[in-house]
Design a protein around this ligand. Structure first.
Ligand code: FAD
Length: 391
């Protein structure tokens, strides 16, 4: 008889306290009951399931690591485990939460004033207000550190923002977007809370994506968009401050990739145990077992890596290069795992209803967002050699 399918080969779950394990299982059972049955259809129609937002709020995991403002003040390790549970069922919903909880709330938590935190964090923790994070531009993706073209200028009435932001997740329906713009006076990058009702703010949905189709990405245009000084993030004064947010969220993306890989592997393993060819389960063939073991080896390496990554985070020792290495390694290995998962399922591997095709497509976007493989590799390369090879 085949053992139960729970791809935690080195028993990392054993390291969790009973309370943390209970939270992990609560999140898992919510996702299996409420999210798994609906996501293929929403993915197919490029649509977002707004009805799940109140249920997600009840789970109480948004803003999990922050202290105060209604947030749980939990560990980065549990935050990562939660991200992986979401990724295991659906990388789009995981991304929705990653943008809300990590990028948008994180920008306010790390760079915001007390008044901004009090206004936004409790409401965002409860998902009563939705946020987005606008860094990438149509012509500036990898080069955002030195090359942002969206500008801000201080005037007596407030700040005037001009430019475009592309790919901005949640922005078609969010209440606000954190916008990163270059100050024309001091040439430094500053961060702003731009509300959807601000004059000069417009957003258009990006259509035709072949990955993370549930995530609603927008193209934002800022035309003399007026933002009051009270909505400027006071502790975002150079790109180094933006990078503090990205360090935290890149660690989260590494965990999400682990979840995506795990979801694909578990579905593929179950399929190979059921599916028979030549009168035997295909799982009994040596070449299929080789694929399964390759997938599990990579998955186990990823799981142990992100576990230590979060320990570093909880010990206050995490550096940009640690987060970048994990992001590169996990998203690269995930691409290999989802592709093998599809392969062992033959033709059914490309049908949405068999629950691997979605992971196969979604892995492509996770691989490229929050810094591509090349950019994150260059961050690690710079730290180990002392040479910056970006330009
Ligand atoms: P480019 O920068 O044009 O890169 C193209 C290729 O050139 C890549 O392979 C890259 O690695 C390579 N390259 C570039 N520079 C170098 C170099 N110096 N050396 C070697 N190779 C190099 N952004 C946001 O701000 N907010 C969001 O919410 C958001 N969500 C996203 C969701 C999705 C689904 C996607 C696809 C993207 C999202 N992004 C978001 C944008 C994402 O972060 C960018 O796509 C990413 O940073 C890469 O930028 P680019 O697409 O412009 O590629």
């Amino acid at each position: 008889e085949a053992p139960p399918i729970d791809a935690d080969f080195y028993d990392i779950g054993f390291k969790l306290s009973p309370e943390d394990r209970a939270l992990q299982l609560k999140v898992r059972s919510f996702l299996e009951k409420e999210i798994k049955p609906i996501v293929n259809n929403y993915w197919l129609h490029d649509d977002f399931p707004f009805e799940i937002i109140p249920k997600l709020a009840e789970l109480n995991v948004c803003g999990y690591v922050y202290e105060g403002y209604g947030c749980a003040g939990g560990t980065s390790l549990m935050d990562g485990i939660i991200a992986a549970e979401f990724g295991r069922i659906d990388p789009s919903i995981a991304t929705f939460l990653g943008v809300q909880s990590g990028l948008a709330m994180g920008s306010i938590y790390i760079c915001g004033s007390e008044a901004q935190k009090e206004e936004w964090l409790p409401a965002m923790q409860q998902l009563k207000k939705i946020g987005a994070f606008g860094l990438t531009e149509p012509d500036v993706g990898s080069a955002t550190a030195g090359g942002l073209t969206t500008t801000c200028k201080r005037t007596p009435e407030g700040w005037i923002l001009n430019g475009q932001k592309k790919w901005i997740g949640n922005s078609t329906f969010s209440d606000m977007v954190i916008i990163w713009a270059r100050d024309v006076d001091d040439n430094q990058v500053k961060g702003f809370i731009v509300r959807k009702e601000n004059p000069g703010f417009a957003v258009e949905k990006i259509k035709g994506k072949m990955a993370l189709r549930i995530v609603q990405n927008g193209l934002i245009t800022l035309t003399n968009c007026l933002v009051p000084e009270s909505d400027r993030l006071p502790y975002a004064n150079t790109f180094k401050d933006t990078a503090k947010v990205l360090q935290m969220t890149r660690a989260g993306v590494a965990w999400m990739a682990v979840g995506c890989a795990r979801g694909a592997y578990e579905n593929a393993l179950a399929y190979t145990l059921e599916r028979e060819q030549f009168g035997k389960p295909i799982a009994s063939f040596q070449l299929i077992q080789n694929h399964l073991v390759e997938m599990l080896s990579n998955l186990t390496a990823m799981q142990t890596l992100v576990f230590r990554l979060s320990e570093l985070q909880d010990e206050g020792k995490l550096k940009d290069e640690h987060a970048s290495l994990a992001k590169v390694f996990c998203t690269l290995r995930t691409r290999d795992i989802v592709s093998r998962a599809r392969e062992v399922m033959g033709g059914n591997g490309i049908l949405l209803e068999y629950n691997v095709a979605r992971f196969l497509a979604d892995a492509e976007a996770i691989y490229s967002y929050e810094g591509t493989k090349e950019i994150n590799s260059l961050i690690v390369g710079r730290s180990i050699t002392g040479y910056s090879a970006f330009v």
